[in-house]
Write a protein that binds this ligand. Structure first.
Ligand SMILES: Cc1cc2nc3c(=O)[nH]c(=O)nc-3n(C[C@H](O)[C@H](O)[C@H](O)COP(=O)(O)OP(=O)(O)OC[C@H]3O[C@@H](n4cnc5c(N)ncnc54)[C@H](O)[C@@H]3O)c2cc1C
Ligand code: SF4
Length: 487
């Protein structure tokens, strides 16, 4: 095992993300020692550390002279390439074994994709539900008669707000985590993010407690408020288990079984259990399949020809736009934002503004504690930015500020008005939404699922269109944020 600086610097990795990875590694090392196993472990601050995984592997090969190397499929194409090359250079055979953490294999997804004109989550998800016998009724059909209860899962909190929320279980840093936090503060002082609120699960026991806490206190309402947002409420009814899953502290089968059991014992409604299971058995396995099917070219996709730089406020949260400020603030504080904040706030803004996909991808990979490329890249390039031209999503997820207004209380505390597209008070999301439709009209007109939005664009007068384009140009000229009213 090797802690190497390159894994924290190839993108400008945030402090919470680095600390979580290193703490989980050190806890794992100690657990192996306790079992009497030998671990060759290279600490970050150890003299002679080459600071790359390939460098550490080459050194280990020279020292140990192994007859053969065995590795589990990594989560990152770049790492697979680097280690394969290091093994080749040292002329040692390398066997790459299937990662049994996942419920499906890369080859299985390839077979599923073969011959299909279009891939869609739904078919893959149903295949895995059947194969793993998850939420099926006695006849082998979907429990409750439907495969997907998404339509029941789009609630907002409305005016009264979420009310008292069940605070998720916290994992106060133990001595190992505290040591890592001090190391990260010293070694990566200039990196984004903060460590004073660090409370992530770092061991399998923590991860299991986090899952239990979610199933007992939040799963019942998870589905209903999956898409809702609220100022300074980062967790709402979400599980906070993505990082534990991605670091293999938690087996996804356990999360799926616990949710199904909660439904079968009458503790949670079917729509919530199904909605949660779909994220893990469906989306999580689906995006991994897509990643390995399309890498390395997937990372280079830019179907909408977007070339704007990422606005600087993505690294500071310093913006007048209340929704972006809240989502980015909590991202930097905890290394976390929930799915709709990632997709319909930070992702949507980058899409509408036309930010270069690679810059957006590097931001998402850097800032979230659960970020590993196999899952981050398809979500960013495919789902949020439509930069893959429709491989992952059947249409770009675009909306005006009114969507954010409906799903949150952000607009109430914002100086912009989601209903306006031009003028000093215009919500930048709304301006850029119409500008996006205008800029991509010919392509969008060919997509049936966008026909209503394209028709609405046609209702705008030439003058309105001109004013919107001018306001959008001013936003771009002003570093991606609207010029202030007095400017
Ligand atoms: C632009 C963008 C980038 C993202 N980057 C990552 C990433 O780097 N790592 C990551 O794990 N997830 C990523 N996601 C997916 C999702 O947003 C996170 O998994 C989720 O917000 C994590 O919080 P949670 O554990 O509380 O999840 P919950 O909302 O409680 O969902 C339960 C679990 O389902 C899985 N899941 C949910 N949605 C997805 C999805 N779209 N793809 C894959 N798995 C999913 C996760 O394992 C998650 O823990 C990204 C989504 C977007 C739109
Ligand atoms: S008005 Fe626009 S910028 Fe302000 S919070 Fe609402 S959507 Fe965000």
């Amino acid at each position: 095992m090797a802690e190497v600086a390159e894994e924290s610097t190839h993108v400008w990795s945030s402090k919470p993300r680095i600390a979580l990875f290193l703490s989980a590694m050190r806890h794992f090392r100690d657990a192996q020692h306790a079992l009497g196993r030998q671990v060759r472990y290279r600490a970050l601050d150890e003299p002679g550390n080459t600071n790359t995984l390939a460098g550490e592997l080459s050194q280990t090969i020279s020292a140990e002279r192994p007859a053969k190397l065995v590795m589990t499929e990594p989560g990152d194409w770049r790492v697979q390439q680097a280690l394969t090359e290091a093994a080749r250079d040292a002329k040692v055979p390398l066997e790459i074994r299937t990662d049994r953490h996942f419920l499906s294999t890369i080859d299985q997804f390839r077979a599923h994709a073969k011959g299909r004109k279009q891939l869609r989550l739904e078919f893959w998800y149903r295949e895995l539900r059947r194969e793993h016998q998850v939420l099926l009724d006695a006849s082998g059909g979907p429990e409750g008669g439907e495969w997907n209860y998404d339509a029941e899962n789009r609630g907002a909190f409305g005016k009264p707000g979420p009310g008292p929320l069940p605070a998720p279980i916290r994992f106060t840093p133990d001595p190992i985590t505290r040591e890592v936090i001090a190391l990260v503060e010293a070694r990566f002082a200039s990196h984004p993010g903060r460590l004073d609120a660090f409370d992530w699960p770092v061991t399998p026991a923590d991860a299991s407690a986090a899952l239990d806490d979610f199933i007992t206190h939040r799963l019942a309402v998870f589905g209903q408020y999956q898409d809702a947002m609220w100022t300074r409420e980062p967790w709402l009814y979400h599980s906070r288990i993505a990082a534990a899953l991605n670091l293999k502290l938690l087996d996804p089968r356990l999360a799926i079984a616990a949710a199904e059991q909660a439904y079968r014992t009458g503790c949670v409604p079917l729509a919530s259990a199904e909605g949660f299971i779909r994220q893990i058995l469906g989306w999580r396995e689906y995006v991994r399949g897509l990643y390995w099917l399309h890498m390395p070219s997937y990372a280079e996709r830019n179907a909408l020809d977007a070339h704007e730089p990422l606005p600087g406020f993505y690294w500071s949260g310093d913006t007048e736009m209340a929704c972006l400020r809240d989502a980015i603030d909590q991202t930097l504080t905890y290394g976390y934002a929930h799915h709709i904040q990632r997709l319909m706030v930070t992702g949507l803004y980058a899409l509408l503004l036309g930010v270069e996909p690679k810059a957006v991808h590097e931001w998402y990979l850097a800032v979230y504690v659960d970020a590993v490329e196999w899952v981050e890249l398809p979500n960013t390039i495919g789902m949020a930015l439509y930069a893959d031209g429709g491989i992952m999503a059947s249409k770009p997820y675009v909306a005006t500020g009114k969507y954010i207004d409906r799903m949150s209380n952000y607009c109430k505390g914002c100086r912009f008005d989601p209903a306006q597209s031009v003028g000093d008070e215009a919500c930048p999301f709304t301006t850029l939404y119409w500008d996006f439709l205008e800029r991509h009209e010919p392509m969008l007109a060919k997509n049936q699922r966008m026909s209503l939005q394209v028709k609405n664009l046609a209702r705008l007068t030439a003058e309105q269109r001109k004013a919107i384009s001018a306001r959008a140009a001013a936003i771009r000229a002003h570093g991606g944020a609207p010029p202030s009213a007095s400017a």
